[in-house]
Design a protein around this ligand. Structure first.
Ligand code: UD1
Ligand code: MG
Length: 456
């Protein structure tokens, strides 16, 4: 069965009060349209067609990597008119699935249940019962509970307005039938739009059975029209992510205060996550990883038994097993730490490798450096990697000890087991095993007197 998914995404989204087209607004750092796309991508043998419209060039440019056909709807004359724009892409034998680009949380399960109901004699409609159905198209059924038609809010009689089962807009149908119906749509209704929903009555007239199914939760079929609804769906999405993490055996100290804006390549056992932690992009977490409060982890690999204390930012970095990071540490892109490395407070590491057992415990900047194993870097050490134009590397060999408040002016190498005296400015490479320091001599002036305040 070839499925063609038509994602309607031409609506303007005025109520967002934004220069961005609505479908580019994000839930969990991914656009609404991409969420819909991601879910449709899980359907086997599926082709995706996106109908874009107002401000749509930006949508198309921003999401040009999506594997989809883009079709423009120049004027938004209604949902039926939107589908009519792709008429020539619909094959008679195709099963057509209609989704909305601003309904991001629809589940694959709901889609599957619809697709399973489509045959040459039947189409399928996703409906939901709402406490407050105002604004939605109502599902009108006969005495035998068979669907007869959908009536839009503005066209509904008082009696019809009492119906609480509404149209989600999501439906599936055979291509041949859909093509014949959309060619016959008209706009003689309260909104003078070409309603896709009118195909339901046509189906009934043609003897096609209209089957319905319901989503597991109402949130799945909620659309985004304003920022409030956007934030609601963000929270719904995050609650689902937190549930999934806990199902996989992760302790979340407060599931309402963890945000996942991306995915995990793998997750170990007995991970514990304190409050206000944000995961972005693709992360890997090993066994027994502990993550302290207020930490952001982006596209990083954290190995087994790592402890990340509070208030760290770990961005495109690798942390080896048994390492301890933070509090208040920042690992920037290409920071690669081996096993048992300690990185303490107010330490920034960028584009550097740190070998096993090395410690950088306080107030340091390590950039463009290669640091050997069991190196101890004293407080306030800075690799001066940038001359204002070019970047240079610092190499610190195994077992070196760098005294506090040292500046290493790159390019420079500190030899194996070398010691650098505190307060040094190292401009030339230093030999193995030796103590090197640059320091003006300390002196004492005996008998020196403090000045006293003159009387005026
Ligand atoms: C539509 C349904 C209504 C249903 C409701 C669910 C129709 C006539 N009505 O109403 O029964 O209860 O959705 O939310 O279908 N779009 C286009 N081009 C257009 C018009 C709309 O691409 O010309 C897209 C929009 O971007 C949106 C979707 O279609 O993603 C629905 O459009 P919207 O204007 O929100 O339809 P409603 O009036 O809410
Ligand atoms: Mg709507």
């Amino acid at each position: 069965m070839t499925v063609k998914t038509i994602i309607l995404a031409a609506g303007q989204g005025t109520r967002m009060r934004s220069v961005l087209p609505k479908v580019l607004h994000k839930v969990a750092n991914r656009s609404l349209l991409e969420h819909v796309y991601d879910t449709s991508k899980q359907i086997d043998d599926n082709e995706i067609i996106i109908v874009y419209g107002h401000g749509g060039e930006l949508v198309k440019e921003t999401l040009s990597e999506l594997e989809a056909k883009w079709v423009e709807q120049k004027e938004q004359l209604g949902t039926g008119h939107a589908v009519l724009q792709v008429d020539n892409l619909i094959g008679n034998e195709d099963t057509i699935l209609i989704l909305y680009g601003d309904v991001p949380l629809l589940s694959k399960r709901s889609i599957d249940s619809l697709l399973a109901k489509v045959t040459a004699q039947s189409m399928a409609l996703l409906t939901v019962v709402l406490e407050n159905p105002v604004g939605y198209g109502r599902i009108v059924r006969d005495a035998a509970n068979k669907v007869l038609k959908i009536v839009e809010q503005k066209d509904a009689t008082e009696q019809e307005q009492l119906i609480d089962e509404v149209n989600t807009g999501i439906l599936a149908v055979k291509g041949e039938q859909l093509k014949s119906w959309i060619s016959r749509l008209d706009n003689s209704n309260a909104q003078q739009e070409f309603y896709l929903t009118d195909v339901i009555e046509m189906a009934v007239n043609d003897g096609i059975d209209v089957k319905t199914s319901q989503p597991e939760s109402v949130d799945e079929v909620l659309g985004v029209n304003n920022r409030k609804q956007l934030s609601h769906l963000e929270r719904v999405y995050q609650a689902e992510q937190a549930d999934k993490l806990m199902e996989q055996g992760i302790t979340l100290l407060d599931p309402a205060r963890v945000d996942c804006r991306g995915s995990f390549d793998s997750l170990g056992q007995d991970i514990s996550v304190d409050i206000n932690v944000i995961f972005e992009g693709n992360n890997t977490l090993g066994n027994n990883v502990k993550i302290g409060a207020n930490t952001i982890i982006i596209n990083s690999k954290i190995a087994d038994n790592v402890e990340i204390l509070a208030n760290c930012i770990i961005d495109n970095a690798v942390v080896g097993a048994g390492s301890r990071i933070g509090p208040f540490a920042r690992l920037r892109p290409q920071a690669e730490l081996a096993e048992q490395v300690h990185v303490g407070n107010f330490v920034e590491i960028k584009k550097s490798t740190v070998a096993q057992g090395s410690k950088i415990n306080h107030l340091s900047y390590i950039g463009d450096a290669t640091i050997g194993s069991n190196v101890n870097i004293g407080a306030g050490t800075i690799t001066c990697n940038y001359d204002g134009v070019n970047k240079f590397r610092t190499v610190i060999e195994d077992g070196a000890f760098i005294g506090s408040d040292t500046q290493l002016i790159a390019p420079v190498t500190v030899g194996k087991n070398a010691t650098i005296g505190a307060g040094s400015t190292i401009t030339k490479s230093t030999p193995d095993e030796q103590l090197t320091l640059t320091r003006s001599k300390q002196m004492t002036i005996h008998g020196w007197q403090r000045p006293v305040k003159k009387e005026q």
